[in-house]
Design a protein. Structure first.
Length: 140
């Protein structure tokens, strides 16, 4: 079961944050941060899901899984050993799931891209808990 959980978390990290990895203000921290959000959701309110698969695949929570998102096809097909960055995402997923790495987001359970023209309604009036690369993180 853990292998499947690691796989879905890694795919979500890859789909959501792979571009952040190469930014000077992102790097591995950007990947860890997105994984931290998944873990915080799993450990928090059960409305997000009771497993990593449920948390990651819940409709319209992580855009890379949305059917019309350009990343959906890539996220569904990428395989271990095919892309160095995906292999890094697998390691990040494994370490975050097993609690080997700390939560660097201060408990964030939401995030969005800083370049969005209009921020999501849930972010209005909320002070971010963390920023990394082009992602802004919140603990709601």
């Amino acid at each position: 079961m853990k292998e499947l959980e690691i796989d879905v978390v890694a795919r979500t990290i890859f789909g959501e944050a792979r571009g952040e990895y190469y930014r000077p203000d992102g790097g591995i921290s950007a990947l860890i941060s997105v994984a931290n959000v998944m873990r915080n959701r799993l450990e928090g309110s059960k409305r997000f899901g009771k497993t990593y698969q449920e948390v990651c695949r819940k409709p319209y929570q992580f855009s890379c899984w949305n059917p019309r998102d350009p990343n959906a096809h890539l996220v569904a097909r990428i395989q271990k050993g095919e892309d160095r960055l995906f292999d890094i995402c697998l390691k990040v997923a494994e370490n975050v799931i097993h609690g080997a790495w700390p939560d660097i987001t201060s408990g964030a359970n939401h995030y969005h891209a800083s370049w969005m023209n209009t921020y999501p309604a849930w972010a209005m009036g909320v002070v971010p808990s963390y920023r990394c690369g082009q992602h802004i993180f919140y603990k709601l």
